[in-house]
Design a protein around this ligand. Structure first.
Ligand SMILES: *Cc1c(COP(=O)(O)O)cnc(C)c1O
Length: 427
């Protein structure tokens, strides 16, 4: 792939990232090495001082991981990117790179359960506070939640498990009016279906564990910086990026690294100190998965629309939420931000009691009950009985999850086989 030409998404899925040299290996090599050799102590010292770029220890960076992060960066139309050991660590690092104890951020209330715990329990214990706003909040409502110590706005582009769609431009506008960046979790649509940076998002995070890997084989995460946010325009608010870092002899990330400042700081400071590096072997598997991402997403969306359409007209089904359906309140937003399709996840409820969901799921034969979501095999989860079983119906409703909500992650099997399985279980 020639560096300068901008290729289409499908081509980047197949060939982005690793670029073999003449006579070099065609497939991405796994640099299964903790460390890298140098001839002089002086060069090694320059690497430690961030005066020269190069690999020296795989907790900070590794060539295999960099090639894979490079592919995701190209897919998102970003400027710089890094892999992390999980989606949780990607979200954690994105926040910690901007917030310290005493700081605050604004967050959409429709977010993944694991992110909710991280933000509202663990980060609070560490002195980082947040204010939730509805996913449908207006620019004024989001702005009203911003305080002098607010460092960012966070949201999911397509929410897990409720599959609601974010109005990215509204959140970006509110963030920018207040001089702070918008960080979005783009795990569910993937860059094949939605590229949030083009709509104003500044930082994009992923749980690569889901569709990007796609085969339920590796846990991983990624952070992509669009490179557009001007940290130096707000030097007091973003002092940790602009002002000297004592752990690097008083270096300023923005002055030394310009548009790379955010990712360099997250690598050189957070990854150095907290060590949530992805294994190069996992990065290799993630890359194999991404080579077919564009084909898989197409089939996921086709099958999900088929399943959602079937469920919607079934007499035992109370409601269906899939923004691909014209009846969905999110249909227009989905058409705008993700015209090729949304993702394979559909949520719905059955008529009857909380228990009826469990009976239905136990009768499924092809679709399996697992905690995972967004990989090529169809699977199903009832949050009220599984991931959120400690919560009462009232608590579930507070976080926007109806007690009867069933999350169906539609895979890439034959769509008719899936319909048959659902139909026999409903009957
Ligand atoms: C799964 C998920 C995460 C957490 O990712 P892990 O890789 O499981 O740590 C974060 N955000 C969203 C939207 C997810 O679906």
């Amino acid at each position: 792939m020639t560096k300068n030409k901008r290729f289409n998404i499908d081509t980047i899925c197949v060939q982005g990232g690793w670029q073999p040299e003449n006579g070099g290996p065609r497939q991405l090599p796994i640099y299964q090495s903790t460390t890298f050799k140098y001839d002089s102590t002086e060069q090694m010292a320059r690497l430690f001082d961030l005066e020269e770029s190069g690999y020296f220890y795989s907790r900070l960076s590794n060539p295999t991981n960099d090639a894979v992060a490079g592919k995701i960066c190209q897919l998102e139309g970003g400027h710089a990117a890094m892999l992390t050991s999980s989606g949780q660590s990607a979200n954690l690092f994105a926040i910690l790179n901007l917030c310290q104890s005493g700081d605050h951020f604004v967050c959409s209330n429709a977010i993944y359960g694991g992110t909710y715990n991280l933000f509202s329990v663990t980060l609070k214990k560490w002195g980082i506070d947040l204010t939730f706003v509805p996913i449908n909040a207006t620019v004024e409502e989001i702005s009203a939640a911003v305080q002098p110590n607010t460092k960012l706005v966070f949201a999911e582009t397509v929410t897990n498990p409720t599959v609601e769609i974010l109005d990215i431009e509204v959140f970006a506008k509110a963030a920018h009016l207040n001089g702070i960046p918008l960080v979005v979790d783009n795990t569910f649509p993937t860059p094949v279906n939605c590229r949030p940076i083009e709509w104003g998002a500044d930082i994009v995070v992923h749980s690569t564990t889901k569709y990007l890997d796609g085969h339920a084989a590796t846990v991983g995460g990624c952070i992509v910086d669009g490179g557009h946010f001007d940290w130096e325009a707000h030097p007091e608010r973003f002092a940790s990026l602009v002002e000297p870092d004592p752990s690097y002899h008083g270096l300023s990330y923005t002055k030394a690294f310009g548009k790379d400042a955010f990712i360099v700081k997250a690598t050189a400071q957070l990854m150095r100190d907290l060590g949530s590096a992805q294994s190069p072997h996992n990065a290799f598997i993630l890359n194999l998965g991404m080579e077919t991402l564009h084909l898989r997403m197409q089939r996921h969306c086709e099958n999900a629309l088929k399943v959602a359409t079937f469920l919607e007209q079934h007499p035992k089904v109370a409601w269906v939420n899939y923004a691909g359906l014209p009846s969905s309140p999110y249909h227009e937003l989905a058409k705008k931000y993700m015209p090729k399709g949304i993702c394979g996840v559909v949520s719905f409820g059955l008529k009857g009691e909380r228990q009826d969901a469990v009976t239905f799921m136990d009768k499924l034969e092809l679709i399996s009950i697992v905690t995972h979501v967004a990989d090529l095999q169809s699977c199903i989860l009832h949050p009220a009985s599984h991931s959120h079983r400690q919560m009462t119906d009232e608590q579930l409703l507070e976080v926007g999850i109806k007690p009867d909500l069933i999350r169906l992650s539609v895979g890439i099997e034959d769509g008719n086989d899936l319909l048959e399985d659902i139909e026999q279980a409903l009957n």
